[in-house]
Design a protein around this ligand. Sequence first.
Ligand code: ADP
Ligand code: MG
Length: 342
Amino acid sequence: MITTTGLEKVYTSRGREVSALRGVDLHVREGEVYGVVGTSGAGKSTLIRCVNMLERPTAGTVTVDGVELTALAGSEARAGRELRAARRRIGMVFQHFNLLASRTVQQNVELPLEITGLDRTGRRRRAAELLDLVGLADKARSYPNQLSGGQKQRVGIARALAGDPKVLLSDEATSALDPETTRSVLELLRTLNQELGLTVLLITHEMDVIKSVCDSAALMRDGRIVESGTLTDLLATGGSQLARELFPLPESGTAGPAGTVLEITFQGDSSGQPFISQLARTYQIDINILGAAVETVAGRQVGRMRVQLPGSHQDNVVPIGYLREQGLQVDVLTHETTGALA
Ligand code: ADP
Ligand code: MG
């Protein structure tokens, strides 16, 4: 639904060049909620602004719903007719809502419809439908300053949906909101995704947002995507930084001085426990369990366990192979990754 290839963006400010995107290949499938995380300055906002051509990329292509936007004429200020039409199929939600203070909630939602030339009755009907959809039917005549942050963002979402988009882009839509409001706005996005089949690309710096609503995620650093995939695949990828941040293992227990520390990840119903006792029996080794946790990520149960086996990594090649044959994800922690543990 959204594809970028070799996307590059160079800003020039006060004679200095800043490379905000350095070759981004993004692929968001139809109907999924896709999250992009990364520290401030990683290029997340630039990426999302290039996806709807609010920012024209320096190089590379952007294709949304089969239309290559980078092949169409114009930029933010002077978009050609085709680009304007394509952009109408892309809704955008902003961190600071961007509502007009002098207009009522209903008039804010009607704004994009005025530009499309829909008549007054049609606009009013559509705005009422949208406000109903986001749970604000009773606020149509209120002004933005009479609303809570969460309500303002719901208006922002209703307005983004006015053009009947197939894609919704969200740049930190919940970062100005408290945790409870964040949860309800995320639930709304999830509902819209499921009920309208809307594809959602969202930017966030909060791992919890990824964990609770996303099907897939990408990690950006320095203008590049350094990891990406479905959450399920990421969790099954050895050494994945996203997986580790999505599901950190609490420190507990201490590893002895000699030994090999493993982190074992398992998904679905399979519990780690039987594998551990089987391993102990089969190879007659004492296994020290250092920590374990179970969490729900993308609606699936995921478990992670940190254990220590006696002997060096070399000594444990066979037991590690045994665990991997059981379909478990096994990471061998080196002295660097365990830090104080070692
Ligand atoms: P993020 O959203 O991940 O925090 P941004 O996409 O906003 O990152 O910024 C990426 C880099 O591009 C940063 O170094 C930022 O300073 C720079 N940048 C962003 N917008 C502009 C701009 N309009 N002019 C010049 N530099 C910019
Ligand atoms: Mg940003």
